[in-house]
Each structure stands twice: as structure tokens, then as C-alpha cells.
Design a protein around this ligand. Structure first.
Ligand code: ADP
Length: 554
């Protein structure tokens, strides 16, 4: 801008300078020519007076004349010329100034030399006796004057150029300075040009509008980030060209990337073929789904294309962690297969015994044994079905169970009382100790848990063994510990005994009436109560299982 202003000022001053120069020269030259013409006219009138009285001799007598003098008679013949011999001169009647003088009494004209550097000014007057006296002077033309004065003119021009350049430079800087000093953050505080105040007011309004819009955008972005940041599902917004526009915390931790991936291609965050195909298909069909196995967890990806008139503007990808669902589906399938298997064996035994009895193939003395077999297998089936029903009720969740005030000691004593006969049968003593805890909980879940733990402690005990049930309060929790002096659990099995149908010694467990579901019921019940289980066991020494349940302070 400074350059432009400088150029404009400089050019304008140059044009003005040249115009002034030309006009001044023109005016001076015109004035000078005019004066010379007037002088010549006055001279020729004087000479005409002289010729009237003195004839040809008068002109011949003029000495040191500063102009050319020519006398012409009425025929146009040159009678006298003070610069050229009159005999050599042709008839002058056709000359413009002569013709004009003859017609009007006075005539004047001018003629240029071949080089245009000089011109001749003529003034002619007709006397009463018919003579025409003519005077003429040679004058330099404007061009000649310019050539003659070239040196001073050039000096003036150079000085003017330098001065103009200096002034233009200073002026342009001074004009631009207030513009450069404008503080765009505070347009209204600028004290530059008054003419800029509408622009500054507009700038200030626009600045405020932009700030408002930016604040609004930030607010919306923060809202969006807050909402998506708390989502448990992953959310990735991808542009039509495959660049990540936005990624929430859940998606970042699933793909193990940080915020830096925003603005980069989705492939930098996740290179799996499943994701590439998912995006391709979403672009093609508008929606696509895929399963992705990442770090041992299963994710379901749903991609939806966001279409505009021009095509796919972007893709919204939602990521769900379906590990638990997949696992529970797998567990359910395994459970169904195990249930069928567990039910099949006693049913086959019952069916086989019944068939033999029905066909009379059993000796009378063995009939009791066979009916006993049928009874015990039927009892096994009942226990198994009871446990399955209990487990499936637990699978339904807590909605079925209502909380009541429970006394932990009373529940434990009740369970021990119920198990006394079976404990006596295997020569195991059971004792209850500790302080009572009264709190609000689900009594069925607690008594089921204590029952299964005590039942196992008796079943997997040794002759003359003992079982101790201890309860009390530890901080905000109530606890029940069931310890036995039994066979214990080997290290490799400890992790798995809470699985459904898992038994350390299958035939032993079956023989003593185990279903393999007792500890699964315990685990499930404690989970529903919000508690936890701890297991300590040493082979051939004994097992201690502690269940802690949070006490609801309400
Ligand atoms: P079961 O009906 O076979 O007892 P559980 O789920 O109650 O099934 O127990 C799973 C397995 O854990 C049992 O088969 C047994 O091998 C083992 N177990 C459970 N409790 C004890 C214990 N107190 N002492 C030794 N082993 C135990």
C-alpha cells in the first residue's frame, strides 16, 4: 500500500510539474511572440509614414535596422530589400501578408523554416501611394527554445524528481502509519482517520459477532465433548475422505490412541481390515456392521454414512464392547449343553432300571436295590433341577428379591441346624461363632450362600473333621467365614471351582450328591448382593471361604 501511495503521489507531482513547465513555457513564448509582433507592427507603420514622404530613398537611408525591410510597388515588384538584392527577388504580390495589406491596409503572416527550428514573422502596410512596406524578423520556434534551454530544464526536472520522490515517500509513510497502527482487537480505540470510523465500527461489530459465534461454537463443542466423553460406547466421526474429525474417550481407549489422531486418517488409529471394509461398505450401502477382536475383547462396530446432496459427507462409527454379551452367550450355550449332559446320565439309569424291573428281569432279592437306585437318581435329578432353577432365577437379577432386615447369626444357625444330620452322618462337627450383624439384605441369597458353603465344607471334609462358621462386621461390611479341616483344593483348581458344573473330582462329587452348581450359585448370589468372595485353601489341610457383603446404611 505504501508503494502504491508513493507511486500515485510521485506520478501526480511529475504530471503536474510537466504540465506547469509546458504551460509556463507556452505562455512565456506566446507573450514574447506577441510583443515582437506588436513591435514589428509599430515599426512598419513608422516606416510606411517615412515611405509616404521620402519614397524609396527613405528605406534605403535606414541604417542598422534590426529587422529585414522590403519595399514593394503596386505591381508586386520588389524595389528594395536590405538583406537581398531586389533584382533577384520574384514578384511578391502573392505573399499572404502583402495580399492582406493590399486588401485591409495591414497584413501579417508567419512562415516556418524547413527544420522547424525558426520562423519568420512578417508585418506589411500599404501606403497611400500604393507601395507596400514590409518588415520581418526571425524568431526561434518553441522547439528551438526547448532545445536551447534543455540543460536548465533537465536540472529543474531532476531536482523536482528528487524532491517529489522524497516528499512522496514521507507522505505515503505518514498516510499509511495510522492504518498500520490500527489495533484490530480494539477497533474503536483507534485515533487514526475520522473517515475510517464507519469501517472501525463495522469491524468492532463483526469482531463482537465472531466472538459470540466462537463462544457459541466452543459451548457446543464442550457440550458435545462432555456428552460423548462420558459415553461408554466409542464414537468416531470420520470425514468423507477418511480423516478423523472427532473421537471420544471410549473410542480412544479402545483403539489405544490419543487426541493427536484427530485430523489424521482413520487407518492411523485402526488398521484392521474389518474397519476398512466397514467404512467402504458404509459408503456404499449407507450402513454396515462388523465385529472386531482387540486385545482379547470383542467389539461390535456400527457405521452409518452421513449423506448430503453431493455424496457421503462423513461416517459416524459407534463401537460397543460386546465381550460380556459374547461370553455370556457362549456360557449359556455351554450351560445348555452341560445341563443336557448332566440330566441324561441319571435319566438313563432310571430308564434302564425301570425297564429291567418292567420286564421282570430283576431277581426279587435285587428289586430293592434297583428301586433304591431309581430313587437316588431321581433325587439327584431333583437336586440338579432345583439348582438349575435357582441359578436361572439368579440370572434374572435382583428384581425378584426383596430386601428385609436380616440377622446374619440367625441365618447361619438355621443353616447349620438343617445340615446337622448330614454332618453327623459323616462324623463332622459344625460350630457357629462371632457377633451378629443385623442389616437390610436379601435373606434367600444369604442363606443359600451359607448353605452351599457349609454343605461343601461338610461334604469335602475328613472323618472327625470340623467346620467353623464365623460372622461379624469389618468396617462397612458384614462377613461370613466358613472354614473346614477337609481335603482342600489344589492350586490349579482354585480359579475354576466357581464355574458352572466344574468339579475337582467328578466321580467323588457325584457320589456324594454334588451337582457342580453350588459355588456358581454362591458366586452369583454374592455378586447380586454387591459383595466379594475370598478363598484360601491348602490341600489336605482345609479350606476357608470368606464372603463379605456391604451393609446398606439406610
Ligand atoms: P458340588 O456340587 O460338586 O459341590 P460346587 O460348585 O459346590 O459343586 O463345588 C465345585 C467343586 O469345588 C466341588 O466339586 C469340589 O471339588 C470343590 N470344593 C468346593 N468346596 C470345597 C471344600 N470346602 N473343600 C474342598 N473342595 C471343595
Amino acid at each position: 500500500m505504501t508503494k502504491k501511495i508513493f507511486r500515485s503521489i510521485f506520478l501526480a507531482s511529475m504530471v503536474v510539474l510537466l504540465c506547469c513547465l509546458v504551460i509556463i513555457l507556452g505562455v512565456l513564448y506566446d507573450d514574447f511572440t506577441d510583443n515582437q509582433q506588436k513591435e514589428l507592427k509599430a515599426q512598419v507603420y513608422m516606416m510606411a509614414e517615412g515611405v509616404e514622404y521620402g519614397g524609396v530613398d527613405y528605406v534605403k537611408g535606414i541604417e542598422n535596422a534590426d529587422c529585414r525591410i522590403t519595399l514593394i510597388d503596386s505591381q508586386g515588384t520588389v524595389l528594395f530589400d536590405n538583406e537581398t538584392s531586389s533584382e533577384e527577388m520574384e514578384n511578391h504580390n502573392d505573399r499572404e501578408e502583402i495580399r492582406q495589406a493590399r486588401a485591409e491596409g495591414y497584413g501579417e503572416s508567419e512562415r516556418y523554416s524547413v527544420t522547424l527550428m525558426e520562423r519568420q514573422i512578417y508585418s506589411a502596410v500599404e501606403t497611400e501611394s500604393g507601395y507596400v512596406i514590409r518588415a520581418s524578423v526571425t524568431q526561434y520556434t518553441m522547439l528551438a527554445y526547448i532545445m536551447i534551454m534543455m540543460q536548465p530544464i533537465l536540472l529543474v526536472i531532476i531536482a523536482a524528481v528528487a524532491l517529489s520522490a522524497f516528499l512522496a515517500s514521507r507522505l505515503s509513510k505518514r498516510v499509511v502509519k495510522p492504518l498500520n497502527d490500527i489495533d484490530l482487537d480494539e477497533p474503536l480505540k483507534n485515533e487514526g482517520y475520522d473517515e475510517l470510523s464507519p469501517l472501525m465500527t463495522r469491524l468492532e461489530n463483526q469482531r463482537r459477532q465472531i466472538r459470540r459465534q466462537l463462544d457459541e461454537l466452543h459451548r457446543r463443542q464442550n457440550e458435545f465433548d462432555a456428552i460423548t466423553g462420558r459415553m461408554t460406547e466409542g464414537l468416531v466421526l470420520i470425514s468423507g475422505s477418511g480423516t478423523i474429525l472427532s473421537i471420544n474417550n471410549a473410542a480412544m481407549s479402545i483403539f489405544n490412541v490419543d487426541k493427536d489422531c484427530v485430523g489424521k486418517d482413520i487407518l492411523t488409529a485402526q488398521r484392521s481390515v474389518a474397519v476398512q471394509n466397514l467404512i467402504k461398505e458404509a459408503k456404499k450401502n449407507g450402513h454396515s456392521e462388523a465385529l472386531l477382536d482387540l486385545d482379547g475383547r470383542e467389539y461390535q462396530l456400527n457405521a452409518s454414512a452421513i449423506r448430503t446432496g453431493d455424496g457421503t459427507a462423513g461416517i459416524a462409527m459407534l463401537i460397543f464392547d460386546v465381550t460380556e454379551r459374547v461370553k455370556s452367550e457362549q456360557l449359556r450355550r455351554e450351560f445348555t449343553a452341560n445341563v443336557s449332559h448332566e440330566l441324561k446320565t441319571p435319566l438313563h439309569t432310571i430308564s434302564g432300571c425301570a425297564e429291567l424291573l418292567n420286564n421282570g428281569l430283576v431277581k426279587p432279592e435285587n428289586v430293592k436295590e434297583f428301586t433304591q437306585q431309581i430313587y437316588s437318581e431321581a433325587q439327584r435329578l431333583i437336586t440338579l433341577v432345583d439348582d438349575i432353577i435357582r441359578l436361572s432365577r439368579l440370572d434374572e437379577g435382583t428384581s425378584e428379591f426383596t430386601k428385609e432386615t436380616v440377622s446374619l447369626k440367625a441365618i447361619c444357625e438355621d443353616v447349620v441346624k438343617n445340615l446337622e444330620p448330614s454332618a453327623k452322618a459323616v462324623n463332622v462337627t459344625v460350630s457357629v461363632e462371632g457377633d451378629d450383624v443385623v442389616f437390610s439384605s436379601v435373606p434367600q441369597l444369604i442363606s443359600g450362600t451359607v448353605y452351599n458353603l457349609c454343605d461343601n465344607a461338610i461334604k469335602y471334609n475328613k472323618d472327625n473333621g470340623s467346620v467353623t462358621v464365623k460372622m461379624g462386621r469389618k468396617g462397612d461390611d458384614a462377613f461370613v467365614t466358613v472354614s473346614d479341616t477337609g481335603i482342600g483344593i489344589a492350586e490349579g483348581h482354585k480359579e475354576r471351582i466357581f464355574e458352572r458344573f466344574y468339579r475337582v473330582d467328578k466321580s467323588h462329587s457325584k457320589k456324594i450328591g454334588g451337582t457342580g452348581l453350588g459355588l456358581s450359585i454362591v458366586k452369583h448370589s454374592v455378586q447380586l448382593l454387591g459383595g466379594k468372595i475370598e478363598l484360601e485353601s491348602r490341600e489336605n489341610v482345609g479350606t476357608t471361604i470368606t464372603v463379605t457383603i456391604p451393609v446398606d446404611k439406610k
